[in-house]
Design a binder for this molecule. Structure first.
Ligand SMILES: C[S@@+](CC[C@H](N)C(=O)[O-])C[C@H]1O[C@@H](n2cnc3c(N)ncnc32)[C@H](O)[C@@H]1O
Length: 268
């Protein structure tokens, strides 16, 4: 029976990921939503697949909205591919980083996407989000209001990591619930079919990543946490994590699998 490792989520200083407090801490400490661990990937890479899907709908006349753009790195990858691109995010710190070195056709605004959006009806040909708010849920009007008729809505969501990670490091990581991936598929299918979009595509796919060093297992777990908590986690876990990592790592690093949901719909 494997040793149960220290669970940082049970520590009182743990900040639940993806909350306003967690994003505020990341914005303060790094100015952006950037994965800080070292790793290499196999093809296909989720973000590249998503970028290609978006690019297929862009041309010199397209107006694009990136909802929850973070520090704008992904938004800027579409420079010169559309007429106008607007990235919006709730976090001032992320938007301040995004505005640095933005080209003329790309702008960034602090906007809460849970509130009425400050844009006229039928403003955008493409509305996408990479892990941010999805504006086409049943009952949410704003996505449908600001997207043009026949405009494209795209979303990419990270649905968790496993591929052995969760059983190799019990306590630090916990197993996926039974039927997790089937339930994810049902959830996103429902999300698309309940929206007012015509469903074009739903893909749940796997991305293979190799974490480079033992500490990357901890850096991944503690993404967005305060330095004080990280110190405790390193003290409690690093030695065990090193041993486990060495047992399972391949020459490229420790293999893990990221699950992603990619949704594409078309406005009526
Ligand atoms: C997981 S991060 C992804 C950031 C960026 N899209 C990326 O992939 O690098 C989610 C982003 O959505 C933003 N967000 C969450 N709720 C929001 C809201 N109500 N309005 C605007 N942005 C929001 C967060 O501040 C955060 O930057």
């Amino acid at each position: 029976m494997s040793k149960i490792l220290f669970d940082p989520m049970k520590h009182p200083d743990w900040i639940p990921p993806h909350t306003a407090e967690w994003h505020a801490n990341l914005a303060l400490e790094t100015g952006g939503y950037k994965y800080p661990w070292k790793s290499v990937f196999d093809e296909p890479r989720a973000e590249l697949v998503f970028a290609d899907k978006i690019t297929a709908y862009l041309n010199e006349n397209t107006r694009v909205l990136d909802v929850g753009c973070g520090h704008g790195e992904f938004t800027k990858s579409f420079t010169h591919k559309a007429k106008e691109i607007l990235g919006i995010d709730l976090m001032e710190g992320y938007i301040a980083s995004a505005k640095e070195n933005a080209s003329e056709s790309i702008s960034f605004l602090v906007v809460d996407a849970d509130k009425p959006l400050p844009f006229p009806d039928d403003s955008f040909d493409v509305v996408y989000t990479k892990k941010g708010p999805w504006l086409f849920h049943k009952g949410i009007e704003e996505g449908h209001r600001v997207i043009k008729p026949r405009g494209m809505a795209l979303g990419l969501y990270h649905c968790g990591t496993d591929g052995g990670l969760r059983s190799h490091f019990p306590g630090l990581y916990s197993p996926f619930p039974d039927n997790y991936l089937e339930d994810i598929k049902v959830k996103f299918e429902g999300q698309l079919s309940e929206s007012n979009l015509e469903k074009v595509e739903l893909q749940i796919f796997e991305e293979v990543e190799f974490l480079s060093r033992p500490e990357d297992v901890l850096i991944k777990k503690c993404f967005g946490q305060k330095e004080t908590l990280k110190k405790i986690v390193w003290q409690e876990c690093l030695q065990d994590v090193e041993e486990i990592f060495m047992r399972y790592a391949t020459p490229r690093g420790l293999k893990v699998v990221n699950y992603h949901a990619l949704m594409i719909g078309q406005a009526r």
